[in-house]
Write a protein that binds this ligand. Structure first.
Ligand code: PLP
Length: 467
């Protein structure tokens, strides 16, 4: 991206690691931080950030890292995109807060109109573009603003119960929907996230998420939908008690699992058959991350309620749910948030969406395809890579000890993430044994190739250490 060519951080080659990690300044900050912050935080490696630009992070000691985390899939437009920064600066001089639930201001109204307009419509799967500038129904779509993904899920949970007057919710094993009590009741990713926090919101039932890689040969990954229909709906509870199914189009925290192509269409038609709302949690998959504005566009499925956050405002706190007006039919006072739809976050989101539409969605698709094919080539050299999957710049690499048994290589995955950090590539894990690649959508081919080279080196070192 052009704006990065002028920057100091990108004139030097990246990564550039000049000190032992953590360096002295980072070490001092980490000590000070850990004295007072919650021990529940999970810092996987000692990165103390000074600033970010594009896909580059500079730490307190002047080390430069290539960021393939985007602050957990958030900084869609890269760190501190000048257009986003300019929009936030301008807004900061005009109005910081006035609570959009009680009063009116332009950025919130404009963003609501834009989100209603880009809401994913039902279409032919994988069509070039499934959104039109002003789809016929956009005027009837409505938006509720929150500060985070979990709050968006909470809002969707309440709206689904309100609208259907039904109580029960279906969610998936491996799902991550957030950590507030309602959202946590839907989350079933790792027991450590739930241990000690129950009882949860009642009447939530989890079913298997279809995982093509881990479905035994000859078995059908979509058997989970038959289980829902033939077992649960027939024997455990009637479908007319179910308000909604919450689903991630691609399972995120659970391992970057891409379901089989027919999954979302079959799930949606099952929902339609029983009057169940189909709630798409696109908190992680949305906003251009998968090479389309919303991941559901890969399968041409229109959700009843769409949950958004993370990449929506390039790092400023914002979440939203979007639904048709006949679904978002709750009365004044039934749900609200003091900070949701904050003016700074809204202008950041408006600029973020412009950038995604102008170039970043296409960049995500193109660089994502390049990364996928390079990673598949890497799998030819490293037997520990069991599976490479993803769409756009949401890519998972699953490590296994044995390709036949698919035994999970969890300690090896953790080791690779640490080795990459020490070489200047920032990565995160997902699931029990996968590496997630979710860089800012501004990365270029050279940066993608650098990441592949470093991952290759780390995997070779791991193999050498085991030999
Ligand atoms: N939903 C999904 C799919 C997520 O990946 C996350 C966070 O990782 C959330 C919800 C929760 O978002 P937040 O951490 O902003 O509450």
């Amino acid at each position: 991206m052009d704006y990065m060519k002028t920057s100091a951080t990108t004139q030097t080659s990246v990564p550039s690691i000049r000190t032992p990690l953590p360096g002295p300044r980072a070490r001092a900050l980490i000590e000070a931080d850990e004295r007072f912050t919650s021990p529940s935080y999970t810092r996987v490696y000692p990165l103390a950030v000074k600033r970010g630009e594009g896909a580059v992070i500079e730490d307190l000691d002047g080390n430069l890292f290539l960021d393939f985390t985007a602050g957990i899939a958030v900084c869609a437009t890269g760190h501190c995109h000048p257009r986003v920064v300019a929009a936030v600066r301008e807004q900061a001089g005009k109005l910081l807060h006035m609570s959009g639930t009680d009063f009116y201001y332009e950025p919130q109204a404009e963003l609501a109109r834009k989100l209603a307009e880009i809401f994913p419509a039902a279409s032919v799967p994988d069509a070039q573009s499934v959104r039109v500038a002003s789809p016929p129904g956009s005027a009837s779509r409505r938006v509720f603003f929150t500060n985070s993904g979990a709050e968006a899920v909470e809002a969707a949970f309440k709206l689904a119960r309100w609208n259907t007057k039904r109580k029960r919710i279906i969610a998936f094993y491996g799902a991550f929907h957030g950590r507030t009590m309602g959202a946590l009741s839907l989350t079933a990713s790792k027991t450590g996230q739930r241990r000690g926090f129950g009882p949860f919101v009642p009447e939530v039932t989890h079913i298997d998420y279809p995982d093509p890689y881990r479905t035994p040969d000859g078995a059908d990954p979509l058997a989970t939908l038959d289980h829902l229909e033939r077992q649960l709906f027939a024997r455990a509870f009637p479908p007319e008690e179910v308000a909604a199914v919450f689903v991630e189009p691609i399972q995120g925290e659970g391992g970057y699992i891409v379901p089989p192509p027919e999954f979302h269409r079959r799930l949606k038609s099952l929902c339609e058959k029983h009057g169940i709302l189909y709630v798409a949690d696109e908190v992680q998959t949305g906003m251009g991350r998968t090479g389309k504005m919303f991941a559901l566009e890969h399968w041409g499925v229109e959700p009843d309620i769409l949950c958004l956050a993370k990449g929506i405002a390039s790092g400023l706190p914002l979440g939203a749910i979007v639904a048709r007006g006949d679904i978002m039919d709750w009365p004044p006072g039934s749900h609200a948030s003091t900070f949701g739809g904050n003016p700074l976050s809204c202008v950041a989101a408006i600029e973020t969406i412009r950038l995604i539409e102008e170039e970043l969605m296409a960049n995500s698709a193109a660089i994502g395809d390049h990364l996928l094919s390079e990673l598949r080539a890497l799998a030819g050299r490293h037997a520990i890579i069991g599976d490479v999957r993803g769409k756009g710049l949401m890519i998972g690499v699953e490590l296994v000890r044995d390709r036949e048994t698919k035994e999970r290589a969890t300690t090896e995955r953790n080791d690779v993430v640490q080795r990459c950090f020490r070489k200047g590539l920032l990565l995160l894990g997902c699931g029990e044994n996968s590496i997630r690649l979710c860089p800012p959508l501004v990365i270029d081919r050279a940066q993608a190739d650098t990441a592949i080279r470093i991952l290759d080196e780390a995997l070779s070192e791991l193999a050498a250490a085991a030999a």
